[in-house]
Design a protein around this ligand. Structure first.
Ligand code: HEC
Ligand code: HEC
Ligand code: HEC
Length: 196
């Protein structure tokens, strides 16, 4: 039995060695990918790598409830901007995000002024993304079914009771909660609740 096994291994040595090498390369690549995703998914990376983020959206975010609140919960940029718990979408997102590096180096949004110029355009892209996923990232943390509606002010309760029925996109009513509000420029909707 053992003799047979050894003979088998000997005759297939080449293949076994190659397979071993491929597995090892696979493991190294996955580890590198994992490390890259982990690194680029930190608040530190998102907020401080590009000065255009640091000077603008990050400043506003620092004053938002998703950064500082009575509970001390921090919601980092990727928790809203990168698909959560979904490696296929995350990978797609990271590949697309590398094009942003192009924007950075070509200077399309390289200064605060240029960034502000493109802001509405960028916001529209983000809104479109949330529309496509029906605010999937928001709903990772906030579920309509877990809201204690009785604890909400009656006006808010009424809004959420209706929204819940159609599993409405949170962004229909909650634009500009983390960053400077740009939606007025987009379309002054009759339901503009941005009163913070
Ligand atoms: C990682 C979890 C997480 C994600 C993702 C998240 N939130 Fe929150 N959100 C919180 C927590 C925690 C609070 C409570 C902070 C506080 O004390 O008000 C909060 C507060 C809020 C508030 C009330 C405070 C305010 O800023 O007006 C709104 C509205 C809100 N979230 C909407 C959203 C929307 C819309 C999204 C998606 C774009 C989102 N949240 C994504 C965790 C999250
Ligand atoms: C039909 C409009 C509408 C939709 C859709 C909606 N909200 Fe709201 N929500 C409101 C209004 C209006 C308020 C009160 C004003 C404000 O805080 O912006 C509010 C307030 C809140 C608050 C603060 C509650 C409090 O007691 O202070 C949170 C948290 C919140 N919404 C989360 C969400 C999340 C998460 C979603 C998506 C799952 C969502 N909302 C969808 C209209 C809506
Ligand atoms: C609670 C969810 C949430 C968090 C946390 C968050 N964002 Fe956003 N971000 C949004 C939404 C929603 C938009 C779309 C515009 C809007 O409604 O404000 C947006 C828009 C943007 C835009 C487009 C420009 C603009 O002003 O609309 C950039 C760039 C951006 N975010 C970067 C960041 C960075 C960097 C961080 C961390 C420092 C961050 N975001 C944290 C939800 C979030």
């Amino acid at each position: 039995m053992i003799g047979k096994l050894i003979a088998y291994l000997k005759s297939h040595m080449r293949r076994i060695v190659f397979a071993g090498i491929f597995v090892a390369i696979g493991i190294v690549l996955s580890a590198m990918y994992g490390t890259a995703v982990q690194y680029t998914n930190t608040l530190n990376f998102c907020a401080h790598t590009c000065h255009e983020m640091e000077n603008t959206v990050y400043q506003e975010y620092m004053h938002s409830k998703h950064f500082k609140n009575e509970f001390g919960v921090v919601v980092a940029c990727p928790q809203c901007h990168v698909p959560q718990n979904d490696w296929v979408h995350t990978m797609g997102h990271k590949v697309l995000a590398t094009f942003e590096i192009w924007d950075h180096w070509t200077g399309r949004v390289g200064t605060n002024e240029k960034f502000e110029e493109h802001r509405l355009e960028l916001a529209k892209e983000v809104w479109k993304g949330f529309e496509e996923t029906n605010a999937r990232e928001c709903k990772h943390c906030h579920a309509y079914s877990n809201m204690v509606l009785e604890d909400q002010r009656p006006s808010i309760r009424a809004q959420h009771t209706d929204a819940m029925k159609i599993d409405e996109n949170c962004l229909d009513c909650h634009k500009g909660i983390t960053h400077k509000s740009v939606q007025q420029e987009a379309a002054p909707a009759p339901t503009n609740f941005d009163i913070q």
